[in-house]
Design a protein around this ligand. Structure first.
Ligand SMILES: *[C@@H]1O[C@H](CO)[C@@H](O)[C@H](O)[C@H]1NC(C)=O
Ligand SMILES: *[C@@H]1O[C@H](CO)[C@@H](O)[C@H](O)[C@H]1NC(C)=O
Ligand SMILES: *[C@@H]1O[C@H](CO)[C@@H](O)[C@H](O)[C@H]1NC(C)=O
Ligand SMILES: *[C@@H]1O[C@H](CO)[C@@H](O)[C@H](O)[C@H]1NC(C)=O
Ligand SMILES: *[C@@H]1O[C@H](CO)[C@@H](O)[C@H](O)[C@H]1NC(C)=O
Length: 225
C-alpha cells in the first residue's frame, strides 16, 4: 500500500528569519558609511603654500562636514593672502569663521574648463554656507564672473563675489591647485571672501592687498621642483 507522502508542512517563515533581518539591518546602520567624499585635509597636505588655510579647515567643523560630500570646489587661500588673524577678520565682519570657511566650499565640481565658460553676466554657485539655513535668500551663493584681466592681455580672470545687492567682498581666482575628478576641485583665490549681509566695511583694513601671491611659485614649491 502506497503510503501517501505526508502533507508538506505549510511553508512558514523560518523562526530565525525576522531576527536575522533585524540583525542585518542593525549591521547596516552600524557600519560606517562607505568612505564617501573627500578628505580635504589630506588633499591640501601636499601643498605647503596652503597649510594655514588647511589648518583653519581642520580646526573647524567644516573639514568633517566635507567628509560625506562629493562634487565640491574648494576656494583655497594661500598662506600669504590670509589675514593675520582670520577669526578676528571674520568677527570684524560680524561672521562666524566657520561660516566664512563654508562660503569657500562650492557645492559643484568646477574644473578649469568650467571656469573658462563662466560668463561676464555671472554664474551663481551655491556654497556650503547655504546649507546652514543662516543665509538669507540666495546670499549663501557666490557669483562667479569673468572679467577682462588687467594688463592688456586678452585672457580673462574669474572673480568670486558675494551676490548683489550689497557690494560685498570679492577675490580673484589665481589658478587651479589640484583636483580629484569629480569629487573635489581646489582653486586658489586671492583672499577670504565674506558672505553678503555681513558688514565687511569694518574689516576692510584687515585685508591684505591681493594678489600679492605668485601662484606659479606657490604651486611649483608645493611640488618640490
Ligand atoms: C570620490 O567619491 C566616491 C564616493 O562619493 C569614492 O568612492 C571615490 O573613491 C572618490 N574618488 C576619489 C578620487 O577620491
Ligand atoms: C583626513 O586626512 C588626515 C591627514 O591625512 C587624517 O589625519 C584624518 O584622519 C583624515 N580624516 C578622515 C575623516 O579620514
Ligand atoms: C553677478 O555679477 C554680474 C556681473 O557683475 C551681475 O551682472 C549679476 O547681476 C550678478 N548676479 C547676481 C545674482 O548678483
Ligand atoms: C573687489 O573689491 C574691491 C574692494 O573691496 C573693489 O575695489 C573692486 O572693485 C571689487 N572688484 C569686483 C570685480 O567687484
Ligand atoms: C612667478 O614665479 C615663477 C616661478 O618661480 C617665475 O618664473 C615667474 O617669473 C614669477 N612671476 C612673477 C610675475 O613674479
Amino acid at each position: 500500500m502506497g503510503r501517501g507522502s505526508p502533507p508538506a508542512p505549510a511553508p512558514r517563515l523560518a523562526p530565525g528569519l525576522p531576527a536575522l533581518l533585524a540583525a542585518a539591518l542593525l549591521l547596516l546602520l552600524l557600519l560606517p558609511a562607505p568612505a564617501a567624499g573627500v578628505n580635504v585635509t589630506a588633499v591640501l597636505a601636499a601643498f605647503p603654500g596652503f597649510s594655514d588655510f588647511a589648518r583653519l579647515l581642520a580646526s573647524s567643523p567644516v573639514a568633517a562636514e566635507l567628509a560625506g560630500r562629493s562634487s565640491l570646489t574648494l576656494l583655497a587661500v594661500p598662506n600669504a593672502n590670509l589675514p593675520r588673524s582670520p577669526s578676528a577678520f571674520a568677527a570684524a565682519a560680524g561672521a562666524d569663521l566657520a561660516d566664512v570657511l563654508r562660503y569657500h566650499v562650492l557645492l559643484e565640481y568646477l574644473s578649469p574648463p568650467d571656469l573658462a565658460r563662466v560668463p561676464a553676466s555671472g554664474r551663481l554657485v551655491t556654497t556650503l554656507f547655504q546649507t546652514t539655513g543662516r543665509a538669507p535668500s540666495d546670499l549663501g551663493a557666490v557669483n562667479l564672473t569673468a572679467t577682462a584681466a588687467g594688463g592688456g592681455g586678452s585672457s580673462s580672470a574669474v572673480v568670486v563675489r558675494s551676490p548683489s545687492p550689497s557690494p560685498g567682498s570679492n577675490a580673484t581666482v589665481l589658478g587651479a591647485v589640484t583636483r580629484e575628478p569629480y569629487n573635489l576641485s581646489v582653486l586658489a583665490v586671492g583672499g577670504l571672501i565674506v558672505p553678503s549681509g555681513f558688514d565687511i566695511a569694518a574689516s576692510g583694513s584687515e585685508t591684505r592687498p591681493s594678489p600679492a601671491v605668485n601662484i606659479t611659485r606657490v604651486l611649483t614649491d608645493a611640488r618640490g621642483f
